[in-house]
Design a protein around this ligand. Sequence first.
Ligand SMILES: *[C@@H]1O[C@H](CO)[C@@H](O)[C@H](O)[C@H]1NC(C)=O
Length: 349
Amino acid sequence: MRSAQLLPLVLASSSIPAALGATLPDFFRLSSRSGSAVELQKPAVSPPFSEDVQDKDLRADLPTRQWRFEPWPTFWMPKYCREEAVINQLQPADFEVRDVWYEDCAAAWTICRHRGAKEPWDGILETLSQVPVGMRQHVANLVILPGRTSDASATSNAAAYTRGSVLVFTPSFFKLGVLFHEFTHILDMVALQTVVKSHGYAEGTAFSETKLWARAYGNDSAVPTAYARTSWQEDFADAGRWALSDMTHAGGLSVYSPGWRACAHQIAAYKAWLGELVFPRDGVCSGKIDTSPAVPVVAAAKPPPGAGGAAAQKMPGSGLQGTKVKKIVMPKGAENMLWVYHGPAPGTQ
Ligand SMILES: *[C@@H]1O[C@H](CO)[C@@H](O)[C@H](O)[C@H]1NC(C)=O
């Protein structure tokens, strides 16, 4: 997506446009991190990968999983969904909320879909089922917006973004390639924290900002995509996107560009660090980032009878409740990170 207003401000964690930041309550302002706002000097792989061809192949190559779901009662929604509705100037009451259980995990995914979203529930749940479970487990809530709004200050002018452990999409960007990119932002913050800390970095440092990732980059002559050049985190996210194709498509990345070896060390590093986590041997989740707690849909509303007080902070049976699934905890500071997607729109490449 090329938005003249947004493009110059793609600065990883501080990528929220300044104009937008000014319109938001303090709670949503972001602190930028020194060091993340780099423009990587290496060019993109040439000839470029086609993301549309990739999406078509991912849809065909990745198995779907079965699911069942239960809607939440209408008075309640996850806190993060409510916040994203408000930021995007949408009515929280226009979102439907479902707990979804996939066959490969005992914990539920809690997903919020705007009634006006053109992607139907079944399409959303099937696409999400194709995200490998070890990756899929790294999200608190998913939010599907109705589409882009005409209001230039609304975040939904961005087609997809990751805020902390929440993934937000407009329907046309809800594609496996973009999902892998966004999930990889969360993996970057969470999945390798032990490694990051054991190398002396502070809690909450992204893996992609460590010398471990810089080394992989240092041995390559290109990054996977033009968009990857905008920061270490975007480079890592697009390496994740293309590493998934390398791991699942017959012939690997040579099918998508004869020049792919120019980024081979980054792809290999992603696979070495995260491959087994994304595709666990036993095929089931090893944990889950829990849903944000339930809040009333209408902020001022009294809780419905029998559902008041602390007992109502979680919907019965939702999230990790009643399961032995390990809770994956976000590191300090990670919930405030924001990455707004400015890669090409699906269907244009
Ligand atoms: C290339 O990889 C080796 C082995 O990991 C590493 O020691 C070296 O620093 C890397 N080169 C660059 C330029 O980063």
